[in-house]
Design a protein around this ligand. Structure first.
Ligand code: HSE
Length: 433
């Protein structure tokens, strides 16, 4: 048997995930070589922090500070990009692909905003571009969408793709604590970053949804068309009321077919307490996919962390190496088409939960329901839970039947002008799943 040459790898970025990947590449050499068909050699690490080699036991000689060295080197076969963020990672990936280098990335922001362009560059240069780790950490997702589910017309994707917020929401639901307290706990345990704004605000989940939508619905998604909102406005009482109606609250990334368009949105959602997604707690991720042939499938697992993420990154590397060794083209087979298929948020139709503080006096509900009725919003139930005799206010919760988002927004403006409505404290969309 001819002994195949080693596949040479350059790693861009050796932070938490990069260190995890370097550790696996050096500690599992035999297994990886067996799977890849030849040894996988980490021959270059590009990072500003040259001191990392000591703790990781890597040869200091392979550390360089200029990404150009990796991209210009004829010896490098695969570039692993683990810098994160849009720039300079996007430029580095583009340059590497343009030079025919295969690229593996975990970069959700780059793939969400520039995925189509980069896949097309990869195709032109017969280079591989793989991004399994960009959504759901170690959970196999990208590959199933690209291979195992391709015979399906995907109807819907409901996904918990942000561990930080899922941990916070689980804590708020089970320990009956408020958002700020739960966030502090998450930070103390290292689940939430020091600056968790992208997680809390829903942006991280929106990047991941853009990638899933593009794969599931064969679309070149314009990231700016994805609606997202975060979890900071949720109060512990929302969880209590939701539970009384038989619901849990989750931050969901939702993509679903809606006639000829696709809804793509991230926001807190009331989902039936008995649904599988409602039972996904803590930092775990879960992605529920509904296809016309396969029915419903659920992917569940660790959506972050160096070990789980390196499982996805290194699988991508092995897949590329296998193709190199068997002389198969690594170019992406499919580049999504340009469409403007995302349904505007104002046009979506769903059910709604409102919590408001109102004056506790006769005729209040009549005024509220008259405004709702004027916007064709039909109320399905009303609950008055607490009243405060000292200032004659009561808190009411209203659930509606399906209504149009634009009508709901208009009704809220009108309700805010009513003297009897002191405050619309929260409104949350409801999904049947
Ligand atoms: N910050 C993300 C989360 C993990 O909390 O799930 C990386 O995508």
């Amino acid at each position: 048997m001819v002994k195949k040459r080693a596949i040479n790898i350059a790693l861009l970025g050796i932070g938490t995930i990069g260190s995890g990947v370097a550790r696996v590449l050096t500690s599992k050499k035999k297994t990886l070589a067996r799977q890849a068909g030849s040894p996988l050699a980490l021959t270059m690490v590009v990072d500003k922090d040259m001191a990392r080699h000591g703790t990781l036991g890597l040869d200091p000689e392979i550390f360089v500070t200029s990404y150009k060295k990796a991209i210009d080197s004829d010896d490098i076969d695969i570039v692993i990009e683990l810098i994160g963020g849009e720039y300079p990672a996007y430029d580095y990936i583009k340059e590497a692909l343009s030079k025919g280098k295969h690229v593996v990335t975990a970069n959700k922001e780059v793939m969400a905003k520039h995925g189509t362009e980069l896949l097309s560059i990869a195709q032109q240069h017969h280079a591989g571009l793989r991004f399994e780790a960009s959504v759901g950490g170690g959970i196999p997702l990208i590959s199933p969408f690209q291979r195992d589910l391709v015979a399906n017309d995907i109807q819907a994707i409901y996904a918990i793709v942000n561990g930080t917020t899922n941990y916070i929401l689980s804590k708020m639901a089970h320990d009956k604590i408020d958002f700020g307290v739960a966030l502090k706990q998450a930070q103390k345990l290292g689940y939430a970053e020091a600056n968790p704004a992208n997680d809390i605000g829903g942006l991280d989940a929106a990047y991941k949804l853009a990638i899933l939508t593009s794969l599931g619905f064969d679309m070149d998604v314009n990231f700016d068309e994805i609606y997202f909102e975060g979890i900071a406005k949720l109060k512990s009482r929302d969880f209590r009321y939701a539970a009384e109606f038989g619901y849990a609250i989750k931050l969901l990334a939702i993509a679903k077919r809606s006639n000829s368009l696709v809804e793509a949105r991230v926001h807190p959602v009331l989902i039936p307490a008995e649904s599988l997604l409602a039972k996904v707690d803590g930092v775990y991720n879960a992605i529920y996919v509904s296809g016309d042939l396969v029915g419903n499938v659920l992917f569940y697992g660790q959506g972050a962390g160096p070990s789980a993420t390196s499982s996805a990154v290194i699988a991508d590397v092995i897949n590329i190496a296998q193709n190199i060794n068997t002389r198969r083209d690594n170019a992406p087979r499919f580049v999504p088409e340009k469409t403007s298929g995302i349904k505007p948020m104002a046009d979506i139709e769903t059910r709604y939960y409102f919590r408001m503080s109102v004056l506790d006096q006769a005729g209040v509900l009549a005024q509220i329901s008259s405004i709702m009725g004027s916007q064709s919003i039909s109320i399905s139930s009303v609950m008055q839970q607490e009243s405060d005799p000292s200032n004659r206010t009561a808190e009411i919760v209203i659930m509606t039947h399906k209504a149009r988002e634009s009508a709901v927004q208009k009704a809220m403006k009108m309700l805010n002008k009513l003297k009897v409505v002191k405050e619309i404290s929260n409104f949350i969309r409801i999904e049947a799943i």
